[in-house]
Design a protein around this ligand. Sequence first.
Ligand code: C2E
Ligand code: CA
Ligand code: CA
Length: 725
Amino acid sequence: MKQRKHQHLVETIVNSPAKMQGNFRETAELISELLCQHLVLDGVSIWRYNLDLTRQYAVSRFALNDDVYQLRDVDISLCPSYLNTLKTNRYIDASDAASDPRVREIESCWLSGRGVKSTLDVAIRINGRLEGVLCLERANSRGIWHDSEIYVACQIADQLALTLATQQGYEQQEILSLFQSAVEQSDYVTMLVNLNSERIEYINPAHSKMSGIAREKVQGGSVGNLTFFNQYPEQAQLLLTQLREGKPVSGEVPLTRPDGKRYYLKYHATPFVTQRGNLYALVHSEDNTQPHLYQAELERLAWCCGLTGLYNRTHFIQILERTMEGVLVLVDLVGFKRFNDTYGHDQGDVMLIEMARRIRHFGDIHKAIEIARVGSDEFALLLAPSQQLGEDARIEKLYEQLKAPLHIGREQVDPKPALAVVDIAEVADIISPIAGADIAVQYAKKKQGNNIQLFNSALVSAFHQDSEIERELHVAIRGRQFELYYQPLRDLQTQQYIGAEALIRWHHPKRGVLYPGSFIDVAEQSGLIGHIGSWVLEAACKQLNLWQHHNINLSMHVNVSARQFFGGHLYEQVWQLLTRYRLKPRTLILEITETELMEDVIHATNMCKELSELGVGLAIDDFGTGYSSMRYLKQFPISKIKIDRSFISDLTVSRESQEIVSAIIAMAKALNISLTAEGVETCEQEEFLSGCDCHQAQGFLYSPALRSPEFNEFINLEDKLRDEV
Ligand code: C2E
Ligand code: CA
Ligand code: CA
C-alpha cells in the first residue's frame, strides 16, 4: 500500500511540468511540499553545492510548523565526513541527529538549535558528482527511517538530479548558442582549426567579409583553402608546427583578395586541447589595413606637395641622388610670381594645379620615372635616357603642351614655361644634375622663341662669369663706376635733333668701358637693376634739367627694365624726379621692350596710364622682335614705337624687312603714335625711312652714344652748322 503511494508520489513529480522543463527550483519547491505531507515530516529542504563543495545554497524549504528558520547560504568547508558519506553512501539517515557526528558537523553549520531529532539527507548526484542534497527532518524522534522512506527519498533525489541535469543541459546550450551568435556577429575573424586533421571546424562570417572568400568554401575544408596558406605556404606550415608544439603564434602579412585588392591580415592563434583530447587552435584575425593606410598617408604628406599631389623637392632630390642616367627636365613658370600677385593666390593655385596635371599627363604617356613639384613655380621630370638629347621630340612636345593657353575664370592665360634639360650621365663629372638644371633654366628664361635650354659646360663658365659680374656690380654701385652716354635722335622731316637716348656705360677698373649688353642681364637677374635703374633715371633727369636750363629743347629717353617697371616704386620715383628737376611735360620718355611689357598686360596697362597722366611718355623699344598684338597696342597709352635695329640693318636688301617696316609705320600712323627707327647706319636706310614718312631716326649714321660734354658739343655744332646754312 505504502509502496504504491510512494510510487504515485514519484510519478506525480516525474510528470510535473516543472520537472519536464528542467526547472530545478520549481521542482524542488514541489518536492519539498509533497514530501513533507506525504511522509509526515516536519521539514524538507533542498540545497545545491558549489563546484568545489565549500558552500551550499538553499533552493527550497517546506516546513509543517511556522518555525521556519532562515534559509541562507552555508559554508560547508568544515564538513568533510558529512560530504564524503553523501558521496559514497548516497544518504545519511540519522534517527538521533544529535548523536551522529556527521550530522553534527553540518548541524554546527546551519541546523543547530532547531530541535530536529532525526534527519535523512540524500545526495543529489549527476554522474557520481555531488550536486546538492535533499534533507528530510522530523522534530520528534519517531524511530529509525523506514527502508521504503529511504527508497522513495532516493528516487526523488534522482528526479532532482535529472531535473538539474536537464536544466544544466539547457543552460549550457543557451550559453553555447549565446557564444556562437556573439562570434557570428563579431567584426573580428574567429576560427577553430583541428590541428590533427587540419580542418577548419568553424569560421565566422567576418572572414568572408575580410578575405572575399565565401564561408562555404572555407568552413569544413582544409586550412589549405585559406588565402594565407595559398600565398605564404612555407610560413603557414611553420605556424602549424608551432601550434602543434603548444606555442601560440601571432603576426601580420599582406594578402591579396580574389578581386586583386590588397589587405593586411593580423592574426593570433592559440592551441588548446579539448576534453576529449583533441588538439585545436583558436584563431583570431582582422583586417589591419587601416593603420597601414594612415602610415602611407603620413608618408605621402611628408613626400608630396599638398596642392598638386606630386612628389616634393626632398623626395625628388633623393631619387635624383640615386640616378646615374636619364634626362632631367626642370620646368619654370616665367612670371608666375607676378601672375600670383595680379590674379590672387587662388588663381595662382589653379594655374599650378593645371600645370601639374599637364606634366603628369605627359609623364604617363612618356613613362616618366619621377615627377615632382620642386619649387613654388618649378616642376621636375626624370625621363628615360635619350639617344640625341638635342633632337629629343619629347622635350618639344612637353614645352608645347605646357604653353597651351588655359582658362582661369573668364580669362585666357598663356603660361610661359621655361625648360632646362640635363643629360644626367653627361654632367656627372661637372655638376649635380639639379644644380645644372638651375643654371640652364636661367638661360632658358631669357631665350627668345622657344624657352628651352639644354645644359652644357659652356653654361657653367657663363654662370661663373655672371656670378663674377654680380659681385663686381655691387662694388660698381658703391664706387660710382657708371656713366650715362647719350645718343641723339633725329627728326627726319625737320632734320633736327629732337632727343637723346640715355645709355649706360660701366667704367670697369680692370676691363675698361663696358657696354650694357655685358652686365644688364646679370643686374636684372640679381635684382641689382633696381639700384642701377634708379641711378640712371636720376642722372638722366638731372641732365635733362641742365639742357632745359640752357634752353636746349630735347626729350630724354631712358630705358627701364621689366623689373623696374613692375617693381612698384617707379611711379613714385618718377613723380619725385619730375618735381625735383621741374621737367617740362612730355620731355621724359621711358623705353620698355615689347616683350617685357607683355609679361603682365593688366599691370602694364595701369602703369602706362598712370605714367602718362604724370606727363611721362612711353616708348615700346625693340618693336617687332616680340609678338606684338595690335589689340594691346591700342590698349596701352603709348607715345612712341621704336623699330628694332634688326629690321633697319637689312632694310635696303631684304624685301621682308621693307614690308615689315612699312607695315609698322602704317600702323603707327593709324594709331597716331610717334615712330623712331633704331640703328640707322646708312643714307639709303635713311632715305627709305623718310620715304615711308618715318618720323625719327637714331643710329651711327648720326652719332654713337656720347658722353655728355661731347654730346653737348655735338648738338651745338649741329646748331651752328644749321645756322650757317
Ligand atoms: P637699346 O635700348 O635698343 O639701345 C640701343 C642700342 O643700340 C645701344 O646699345 C646703342 O649703342 C646701339 N646702337 C645705336 N645705334 C646703332 C647703330 O647704328 N648700329 C648698331 N649696331 N648699334 C646701334 P647699348 O648702349 O650697348 O645698349 C644695349 C642695350 O642695353 C639697350 O638697347 C638697352 O636695352 C640696354 N640699356 C642701355 N642702357 C640701359 C639702362 O640705363 N637701363 C636699362 N635697363 N637698359 C639699358
Ligand atoms: Ca632703348
Ligand atoms: Ca632698342
